[in-house]
Design a protein around this ligand. Structure first.
Ligand code: SAM
Ligand code: DTB
Ligand code: SF4
Length: 340
């Protein structure tokens, strides 16, 4: 039976000595996953900026003056070119984000077309488009959308300080809609918003106590973008971040945990500890939606040092040989380049 996480037992978990916590997380990780495999997704912003929401961390909100280059909904050929490149680089999932409060009805047929074309390429698909209704969710699911990303971001108490244009209940409701439409859920949060340790515990309790635990849990380290209200937030101690990853692995043992935004500001050792603590997925490619992500060469070198190799879902098994060869070739050549 699924363990119910209360504040009492979550506090006990978070307060464990660091190495006891990591050891417990690594044991859980090995029970359900191959610790030497990593799931690789690539992100693309298909509609950038001018978002009506006021999420205080986000460079895409129309309310903050950031140096962002806005973009209308991208053309199909640009999206497919980007997906092809992602696939050739060894990515198995293509995640598309749009800076919307919710998708417009008129855009749904185009979104369906995008999903169908990417599925034809043999990749898993994920979208994050804001709030969606039942009918939209069913249409996207039918078109082949595998995952829908919608983050809870933080605890329900602290959320009110971060976003005022959407409620926590609305977010939870969107997750229900996604589940009812038969899609897999990708939902997680951000560390570094100024939240207390208890808010981190409460976020993980919300995620782990969902009726069905999310298949994918992105844990983002805040990217402090100049012009947003969070540009001067205090940096998170890497060990506190690693603790959150370990607690996530223990509380959501079967979920893929994505070491998500913020890797560009982490050294290799911190990332390695996150993988040790149970993170087994990353965004690959030098850009997230709008912010920088580590260069591919850096990730390939890190994978090589840690003996990590890409994982292929059942759906992607037939792509495995072609893709892993390509990654290996690229890996070898680039490693050689990096060494001279
Ligand atoms: N507009 C849609 C929404 O909010 O659901 C989709 C795009 S939104 C950019 C996706 C997620 O990116 C947010 O929920 C948040 O968790 C994350 N995010 C945005 N800005 C970030 C930042 N500066 N640092 C870390 N994560 C961030
Ligand atoms: C998630 O949890 N993180 C990704 C993805 N899901 C959509 C987005 C990170 C955004 C970081 C800031 C930016 O690139 O604009
Ligand atoms: Fe808009 Fe999403 Fe950014 Fe919030 S996080 S401002 S909803 S793009």
């Amino acid at each position: 039976m699924k363990q119910k996480w209360t504040l009492k037992n979550t506090k006990i978990l978070f307060n464990k000595p660091f190495f006891d916590l990591i050891f417990e997380a690594q044991k859980k990780h090995r029970k359900y996953f191959n610790p030497n495999k990593i799931q690789i997704s690539t992100l693309l912003s298909i509609k950038t900026g001018a978002c009506p929401e006021d999420c205080k961390y986000c460079p895409q909100s129309a309310r903050y003056k950031t140096e962002l280059k806005k973009n209308k909904l991208l053309e199909l050929d640009k999206i497919l070119k980007s997906a092809k490149y992602a696939k050739e680089s060894g990515s198995t999932r293509f995640c598309m984000g749009a800076a919307w409060k919710h998708p417009n009805e008129k855009d749904i047929p185009y979104l369906e077309k995008i999903i169908k074309e990417i599925k034809k390429m043999g990749m898993e698909t994920c979208m994050t488009l804001g709030t969606i209704n039942n009918i939209q969710a069913k249409k996207l699911s039918k078109a082949g959308l595998d995952f829908y990303n919608h983050n809870l971001d933080t605890s329900s108490n602290f959320y009110k300080n971060i976003v005022t244009t959407r409620t926590y209940e609305e977010r939870l409701n969107t997750l229900k809609i996604v589940r009812n439409a038969g899609m897999k859920i990708c939902t997680g949060g951000i560390i570094g918003l100024g939240e207390k340790i208890q808010d981190r515990m409460e976020l993980l309790m919300e995620l782990s106590n969902l009726d069905i635990q999310p298949e994918s849990v992105p844990i983002n380290m805040l990217v402090k973008v100049p012009g947003t209200p969070m540009e001067n937030n205090i940096d998170v101690d890497p060990f506190d971040f690693i603790r959150v990853i370990a607690a996530t692995r223990i509380m959501l043992p079967k979920s893929y945990i994505r070491l998500s935004a913020g890797r560009n500001n982490m050294n290799d050792q911190t990332q390695a500890m996150c993988f040790m603590a149970g993170a087994n997925s990353i965004f690959y490619g030098c850009k997230l939606l709008t912010a920088k992500n580590p260069k591919e060469i850096n990730d390939l070198n890190l994978f090589k040092k840690l003996n990590l190799s890409p994982e292929y879902s059942k759906q992607n098994q037939k792509e495995k040989n072609k893709n892993s060869l390509k990654l290996f070739k690229l890996n070898k050549k680039q490693y050689y380049n990096a060494a001279i």
